[in-house]
Design a binder for this molecule. Structure first.
Ligand code: HEC
Length: 145
């Protein structure tokens, strides 16, 4: 083995370690990333539209991971409607996953703007929210306007 080959291996190993460390700290940073677009009707509606265009075929119309393409994927997308699981994720982590992708999910860094990716986060969050309580007669016996 030549010295040059040895140096090559060393360089590749170092590059790999640096890449790993950078990726790791990026995900740690992502966890703390603050959503600059707190949920509001306008951004949630925009998120819904782009979810339909880019995400629904895998993640499903109800966010339960049962999209028409899901059966072909080697990893099942998780259920965004599972409130317990979703609480474990910060908005920053969701944003980061959308940005970077995760095989078989594609990265959206070049396909969606940052604003659009945050709108998608806001929309995904709505799947785990409790359904609106049924309209019941007020307990105080008064009729509502
Ligand atoms: C080709 C199918 C596909 C498309 C299109 C897709 N996803 Fe995914 N997505 C997946 C799969 C599969 C996973 C799970 C990956 C894993 O756990 O390794 C995933 C994971 C995620 C995650 C991280 C949570 C987790 O389970 O790890 C988020 C957030 C997410 N997707 C949002 C989106 C959004 C938003 C879009 C559209 C902009 C989108 N995805 C488009 C298949 C897809």
């Amino acid at each position: 083995m030549t010295v040059l080959a040895l140096l090559g291996i060393l360089a590749a190993g170092t590059a790999g370690a640096i890449y790993w460390a950078m990726n790791w700290s990026a995900s740690a940073r992502a966890r703390k990333l603050v959503n600059p677009l707190p949920p509001n009707p306008r951004d949630i509606a925009a998120g819904m539209q782009l979810y339909r265009d880019h995400c629904q075929k895998c993640h499903g119309p109800n966010g339960d991971g049962k999209g028409e393409k899901a059966a072909e994927l080697f990893v099942a997308p998780r259920d965004f409607g599972d409130a317990r699981e979703m609480r474990a994720w910060t908005d920053g982590e969701l944003f980061w996953s959308i940005t970077k992708g995760h095989r078989p999910m594609p990265a959206f860094a070049d396909k969606l703007t940052e604003t659009e990716r945050w709108q998608a986060v806001d929309y995904i969050r709505t799947f785990a929210q409790n359904p609106a309580p049924p309209a019941a007669a007020p307990a105080n016996g008064l009729t509502s306007p």
